[in-house]
Design a protein around this ligand. Structure first.
Ligand code: IPM
Ligand code: MG
Length: 373
C-alpha cells in the first residue's frame, strides 16, 4: 500500500523548497522499497487568494485522510492587511487544532560542517543536539476568553487566556519522555510555576506522570526565563525540553538560532485522531522569507529534513531517514552551500542545484533499505 502524502507548499520560499523535497521523494520511489500517493493543495496566502480562506474545509478533509502532511511555509506582506481571522497564520493554527497536532518536535542540531554559522563560541555549541517538545494545541494560543473589547472611555482591553488541563499536560509529557528514552534519557520541563497557576499545575502533573510511568527517565524542572538564559550559557546541558505553546514558540526560536542555520531546521507536529490513527505534519522551522522568494536562494534542506522526520515518525523508516540525513551531511561536508549558510572556501549553489546534488549523493551511498514490518 502506498503511503498517502498531502503536500501544502504554501507561500514565499515554501513552493521552491518543496520542489526539492519532491526530487527526494521521486528518488525514493525509484530506488527504495517505498511508495507514495501524493496530493497537493493550497494553504496560507495562496489559499486566501484562491479560496478566500487560509485553510479550507476541503483541504482539511484531505489532510485528515493523509498519512502525513508536508507543509512549506505561510504568509507574506501581500496578506498583511487581510482580516485577522483569515490571516495566513490563522490557517496554520487551524491545521494544528483540527488535526489535534498537540506535540511539536523541534530539534536544534549543530552540524559540524556548519559550526561557524553559530554566533556562539564553537566550544559552547559543538555537537549540540537538543529536542524541544512544544505543546501546540493549547495554552494562550487557544484559551478562552480572548479578544479585544472596547471599554467605552477611549480605552480598550486585550485578553488572552493561558489554560491547561491535566490530560493536555500528560499527553505531551508522554511524548517527551518516550523520545528522551531514545536519546540521552533526560527531560527538562519548563514553565513559570513561580508566577502562573497553569505553570504550577504543569510542574505537578509532569512530576506525577514521571513518578507513575517514567521514573527511569531523568526529569528536571526549570522556569522558562532561566531556560532562555541557560540555552545561551550552556546549551549542552539539555537533551529534551518539554514546554507549553507560548514558551515553546520562544525557546524553539532561541534554540534554532544557537545553530546559526535556521535554514537547516526541520519540525514535526504529531497528534492522535479519534480513530487512533496518528495525524502528522512536517514543516521547516523557517518561515516563508518573502524577501528572497523566487530567486533560487532558499535553502531546501530544512524541508528535506522535515520529510526525513516523516520517514522516521510516520512511516517507521528510520533506515531511509538515516540514508537521507547521511546524504545531507555529505553535501555539507563537501562544502556545498546555499546563500544562507555560505562560508569562505565553500561553493554556493541555488535551491534547485542543492536538491540535484543531494539526489546525486543519495545514489552514491549504498542503500541498506529494509522494508518496514
Ligand atoms: C511558529 C510560528 C507560529 C507560532 C506563527 C506563524 C503563528 O512562530 O510555528 O513558531 O507562533 O506558532
Ligand atoms: Mg515561532
Amino acid at each position: 500500500m502506498p503511503y498517502s502524502l498531502m503536500i501544502l507548499p504554501g507561500d514565499g520560499i515554501g513552493p521552491e523548497a518543496m520542489s526539492e523535497v519532491k526530487k527526494v521523494i521521486s528518488w525514493l520511489q525509484e530506488n527504495a522499497d517505498i511508495e507514495f500517493d501524493i496530493q497537493e493543495d493550497l494553504v496560507g496566502g495562496a489559499a486566501i487568494d484562491a479560496y478566500g480562506v487560509p485553510f479550507s474545509d476541503e483541504t482539511l478533509e484531505k489532510c485528515k485522510k493523509a498519512d502525513a502532511v508536508l507543509l512549506g511555509a505561510v504568509g507574506g506582506p501581500k496578506w498583511d492587511n487581510v482580516d485577522y481571522n483569515i490571516r495566513p497564520e490563522a490557517g496554520l493554527l487551524r491545521i494544528r487544532k483540527e488535526l489535534d497536532l498537540f506535540a511539536n518536535l523541534r530539534p536544534a542540531i549543530v552540524f559540524d560542517a556548519l559550526i561557524e554559522a553559530s554566533t556562539l563560541k564553537e566550544e559552547v555549541v559543538r555537537g549540540l543536539d537538543i529536542l524541544i517538545v512544544r505543546e501546540l494545541t493549547g495554552g494562550v494560543y487557544f484559551g478562552e476568553p480572548r479578544g479585544i473589547e472596547d471599554l467605552g472611555n477611549g480605552q480598550r482591553r486585550g485578553v488572552n487566556t493561558q489554560v491547561y488541563t491535566t490530560s493536555e499536560i500528560e499527553r505531551v509529557g508522554r511524548i517527551a519522555f518516550d523520545l528522551a528514552k531514545k536519546r540521552s534519557n533526560r527531560v527538562c520541563s519548563c514553565e513559570k510555576a513561580n508566577v502562573m497557576e497553569s505553570g504550577k499545575l504543569w510542574r505537578e502533573d509532569m512530576s506525577a506522570l514521571h513518578a507513575a510511568e517514567f521514573s527511569d527517565v531523568e526529569l528536571s524542572h526549570m522556569y522558562a526565563d532561566n531556560c532562555a538564559m541557560q540555552l545561551l550559557r550552556n546549551p549542552s546541558q539539555f537533551d529534551v525540553i518539554v514546554t507549553d505553546n507560548l514558551f515553546g514558540d520562544i525557546l524553539s526560536d532561541e534554540a534554532a538560532m544557537l545553530t546559526g542555520s535556521l535554514g537547516m531546521l526541520p519540525s514535526a507536529s504529531l497528534g492522535m485522531s479519534g480513530t487512533g490513527i496518528c495525524n502528522a505534519l512536517y514543516e521547516p522551522v523557517h518561515g516563508s522569507a518573502p524577501d528572497i522568494a523566487g530567486q533560487g536562494k532558499a535553502n531546501p534542506l530544512a524541508s528535506i529534513l522535515s520529510f526525513s522526520m516523516a520517514l522516521r515518525y510516520s512511516f517507521n523508516r528510520g533506515d531511509l531517514a538515516d540514508h537521507l540525513e547521511q546524504a545531507v551531511q555529505n553535501v555539507l561536508n563537501s562544502g556545498i552551500r546555499t546563500a544562507d549558510i555560505m562560508a569562505d572556501g565553500c561553493k554556493q549553489v541555488s535551491t534547485s542545484e542543492m536538491g540535484d546534488i543531494l539526489v546525486e549523493r543519495l545514489s552514491a551511498q549504498p542503500l541498506q533499505s529494509q522494508s518496514a514490518a
